[in-house]
Design a protein around this ligand. Sequence first.
Ligand code: ADP
Ligand code: MG
Length: 726
Amino acid sequence: MRGENLSAVRVVCNSTEKIAGKEVFIMQKVTEIFGSYVFDDATMKERLPKSTYRELRKTIEFGEPLNNDVADDVALAMKDWAIDLGATHYTHVFIPLTETTAEKHDSFINPIGGGRVMMEFTGKDLLRAEPDASSFPSGGIRATCAARGYTAWDCTSPAYVKTSLDGCSVLCIPTAFTSYTGESLDYKTPLLRSMDALSREAKRVLAYFGKEPAKVTANVGPEQEYFLVDKKKYMKREDLKLTGRTLFGAPAPKGQELDDQYFGTIKEKVSSFMSDLNAELWKYGITAKTQHNEVAPAQHEIAPIFGSTNVATDNNHLLMETLQKVALRDDLACLLYEKPFAGVNGSGKHNNWSFSTSDGENLMDPGPTPETNIQFQLFLAAVLAAVDNNAEILRLSASSAGNDHRLGANEAPPAIISAYLGEQLEAVVDQIIKKGVAESSPAAKMYESGVSTLPSFRMDATDRNRTSPFAFTGNKFEFRMVGSTQSIAMPNMMLNTIVANELALIADRLDAAEDADACIQEIIRELLTKHQRIIFNGNGYSEEWVAEAAKRGLPNIPCMVEAVPYLTSEKTIEVFRRMGVMNQTELEARAEVMLENYAKKIQIEARTMIEMANKQIIPAVMDYEGKLAIEAKNISLIGIEPEAQKELIAQINEVLIELKAATARFKEIVDKSSEYEEDIPAWATYCHDQIFLSMGTVREPADTLELLVAKEAWPFPTYGDLLFEQ
Ligand code: ADP
Ligand code: MG
């Protein structure tokens, strides 16, 4: 039944309808599909008793505690709604420290005697579950023998019914995950705490501007980049299947040099994938809005409309899962890895972040005259101070084994944190620093094309800077370092927390000040002067910037392994303690899990590399050599000297010997890593310094061989096959 429904969605989304003699595109139908699998506000209103609905809204909007009777009512309505959509099971969905989502399905059935069952789901089932948590990494929070972990319903992120093509449906309930001892074992709990902290501290500051919003919400719009390759070819690549990236591969004759992929016409196959994807996402209430081809061949992007950092994080997890699911259904494979192919751009997740009041005011919006907008200046100063004071952990929040290939590698933002403000705001900042107040700022220019038929319009007040890791883009900051596979929970938790902390310091000063207005002016000038060093409007990819940043004393942390220790520095522990987001144990746990995860990923890559070299590449090249030798022998039998063959055999043989020796040496290095496993930081460092950095010694001869042997002889699809034959 579900299968039918799904294909119906697909058809609906690809059709037009005649209304009053006119072809009207699907819009109307999309509005019907949108959110149809989400237990959203409208559904709650429709299905819940009025008083229950009111109570639940109070919890969702203002964080008021939920009582058990309300939970029972909600559970009943949710179950009936889910069953109407074909659900037989429910699951608490959570984000353990592994970063991917976890779920354990329970059916609704409850035996009632006589061999019969009824479908049951109580408030208790909704509010909490106790999955066996022993196999999730806890970073030492919980001993392996102590398995208890609890998931608790996060009612601020709507439940939904997830369907699969074969008709299975399950009610998914977003939850937070904590240990028996009360420490969080996930990224959602600290994210929610950080949202509370930001709301609390921003409200304290806003009070000095005579404003009392019920709540301040941190928002994010994550732009998701990904690659699409042919499924059959993907299946033939062990490295893509096991590690997410190609560990071997000579560059294809064509790369991204023509810039013909970026915003290029979308191929039919990809466009039909995008249409299937949108239909699925819209069903789940995910506001998929923009889609386009990205810079590298076979690379694309999708961005939803922004939402609260919590809901957007859950949605982004569902989006990543749906991207992969729909791709397989369409005979494609979606690669989310940060750098699946060497030599062409990798994928990131631009994290567009801002915070706004429940009265609808975006606190990152400078308005038309930022020079007179004192409130904006104060919030801007707080953000810049937060970023400068905590650059190391912000960099850390975008660190992963995959992202190590991007950051600082001339295609993605550098590993140095700086902020781009643009001409207009920089002028305001300069004046404040020099004179204490700003009096003017360059106004947005009018666009005049000189062509009478083209419209004229007011342009944005600032240009964009695509090389900045933290770029102001009109009314939000775009944190561009985040990796494409990453959960955005961590970067947003970090942003919310460090900004909340600066706002708390500001509010403390204002609380103690005799003249709050004068104090505000003083704080703005002081913070902007102190943190101006983080502002950089130039080319972040240039060598000059690396030197300049060093002069300014900005940290430049080259890799994840070196970034992790900052998570447990005294400064970080104090910020997180003050803001009530994570205690020292929770921070230490995350640091440990990150390093352990890093080491394990590098080990999997290394083992895959050795296996592909020994079991696929070396035998294939030997076969080819043998074939050439037979040919050479046959040619000499007819009295001709097989010079070309002999030359090629010699060339191949030399590189083959090198590859064999390099693989053996590499294996020794990899085997030795078991000596370090007991000491996780040392293990991760070994994996980076010794294993990761010597992968090139195996890859280089293998890639040379790929270029020497015949296409048919190569044991798996090449870059050309993967990138240009979707
Ligand atoms: P770009 O042109 O930078 O690629 P996109 O349209 O791809 O922009 O993505 C921009 C993202 O920023 C979208 O998800 C959008 O909803 C989000 N966004 C817009 N305004 C805000 C805001 N005030 N706060 C957070 N995110 C925002
Ligand atoms: Mg975009």
